[in-house]
Design a binder for this molecule. Structure first.
Ligand SMILES: Cc1cc2nc3c(=O)[nH]c(=O)nc-3n(C[C@H](O)[C@H](O)[C@H](O)COP(=O)(O)OP(=O)(O)OC[C@H]3O[C@@H](n4cnc5c(N)ncnc54)[C@H](O)[C@@H]3O)c2cc1C
Length: 437
């Protein structure tokens, strides 16, 4: 069958591309090997946000209100509802959805292998192929799930009950979110991070405040410079050994050691698709891969692995198919956020440079924070000395993500720091951190 565009993957990237393309009158097919919504809906984003929401409730009302069965039901209901909304969007836009595992061959024809034995394969040809196959967790032979004791994000909901204690392997976004949720639910959490701090891509000063909150308010024990060599079940306990020979024990382990692009849709010897050193598909600013007519978007195209980035890439790729090199390019930078109940977020690069200066402010100084008695948070913004434009910002505190939303608009619209500060914002709000300096 001939289509203008065939999209492989039904997660946030593939769905956004399919709807946008169909709305622009392209004849589109989308292939998915999971229920619609991809891993984001069924394994990663949605379940983790439900865990965090339940943890937040427990923070307000005490851990005893937590009910793991109710949470499992909430995750299932939320995932089904999200998938239904996606299905309706695709149907309304006129996208043809195929279920199966897509394989791309050297002639750029797509074979859809059925998920059920005995069914026939389907073959599609298209003017353009869009790879939106997402990413998978990284495990190693000595660091892999062994449920129910050693789990990972997509297995967390299958635990029969909350652990008594837990070792979190990994101090990136996923590790930090789940560690904060378990700690808020009364689990004794120990985090082992191989680098010098958690969230290594974020500003160190802001991360230091965040780590202080995790340790002092949530009671999490953090060990940095502690790369795990092995995690194994030993009787009723889990033992994690570090490369330095230290050993940590808990009733459960959780692996959040990063993700790598899922490129199982092609065989490297059959197709000359160039990849990066991180194992992602190499793309240009229009999301084109090394093969003409083949685009890659979302996690398959590498970091940052976030939905806002994936959806932006989806629109860039489709715009390029429609309008060629005059189309929109990626708007950078985008916000990367961690949705702990006091969130931490960053936009842009916060490296120290002579031609830029920083302004640092505490959320404590705001009337809103004093009235709410919220714990201190920090906001830090980087400004170019020559033109006054904002280059980046990081924040930890009650409204960190919303405040950075305003910063993102300022960066993308080239509104200078002084011009932004001159805009009167409602009082009392956390947004006033931008004007109160
Ligand atoms: C625990 C966790 C929490 C997260 N929370 C957030 C968050 O709060 N906010 C945020 O922005 N990001 C979050 N992320 C990241 C976010 O989930 C990803 O960036 C997002 O899912 C990427 O979308 P995608 O469409 O590229 O991939 P995916 O969501 O992985 O979807 C890809 C789909 O393609 C399918 N597929 C793969 N190969 C084939 C094939 N050959 N044929 C057919 N189908 C195929 C896959 O099975 C999958 O269904 C989180 C990640 C994790 C791990």
């Amino acid at each position: 069958m001939e289509h203008d565009a065939v999209i492989i993957g039904g997660g946030p990237a593939g769905v956004e591309a399919a709807v946008f393309a169909a709305q622009n009158r392209l004849n589109v097919a989308l292939i998915t090997d999971t229920p619609l919504g991809g891993r984001a809906v069924w394994g990663s984003l949605v379940p983790s946000k439900v865990w965090l929401s339940e943890a937040y409730k427990a923070t307000c009302a005490g851990p005893n209100i937590f009910d793991i069965e109710r949470m499992r039901d909430r995750i299932a209901a939320q995932s089904q509802q999200s998938a239904q909304i996606i299905k309706d969007r695709l149907t309304h836009a006129g996208v043809t959805v195929y279920t199966g595992k897509a394989v791309l061959d050297a002639s750029l024809a797509v074979t859809i292998a059925p998920l059920i034995d005995g069914q026939d394969a389907t073959f599609l040809n298209a003017g353009h192929i869009i790879i939106a196959t997402g990413s998978e967790p990284i495990f190693s032979p000595t660091l892999q799930p062994a449920p129910p004791r050693i789990i990972a994000p997509r297995l967390a909901g299958a635990m029969p009950d909350l652990p008594e204690s837990l070792i979190m392997a990994g101090g990136g976004v996923t590790g930090v979110e789940y560690a904060s949720a378990f700690a808020a639910l009364g689990v004794k959490v120990t985090m082992l991070q191989k680098g010098r701090r958690l969230l290594r891509q974020f500003d160190p000063e802001v991360v230091a405040e965040f780590e202080h909150w995790l340790t002092n308010d949530l009671g999490i024990t953090i060990h940095t410079n502690a790369p795990i060599q092995e995690m194994k079940v030993d009787g009723s306990m889990v033992v994690a050994s570090t490369e330095k020979g230290e050993q940590y024990m808990a009733t459960h382990g959780f692996i959040a050691a990063g993700r790598r692009p899922d490129l199982s849709f092609f065989k490297p010897d059959a197709l000359e698709l160039v990849t990066t050193s991180d194992g992602a598909l190499l793309i240009d600013p229009f999301c084109q891969t090394s093969l003409p007519g083949v685009y890659a978007i979302g996690d398959a195209a590498g970091a940052p692995m976030t939905v806002n980035h994936a959806q932006m890439q989806a629109r860039v790729a489709i715009s390029h198919i429609l309008f060629g090199n005059n189309s929109q390019m990626l708007r950078q930078p985008l916000i990367e956020a961690v949705y702990t109940y006091l969130p931490i977020a960053q936009i842009g690069n916060m490296d120290v440079r002579d031609d830029a200066f920083f302004v640092v402010k505490s959320f404590d100084d705001l009337l809103k924070a004093r009235i709410e008695k919220t714990r201190a948070g920090i906001f830090k913004v980087k400004i170019n000395r020559a033109n006054g434009l904002i280059e980046g910002a990081a924040a930890f505190g009650p409204a960190a993500v919303e405040v950075l939303n305003l910063i993102q608009i300022a960066i993308h619209q080239q509104i200078s720091w002084d011009a932004l500060r001159a805009i009167p914002l409602p009082h009392p709000t956390y947004g006033e951190i931008l004007t109160n300096l």
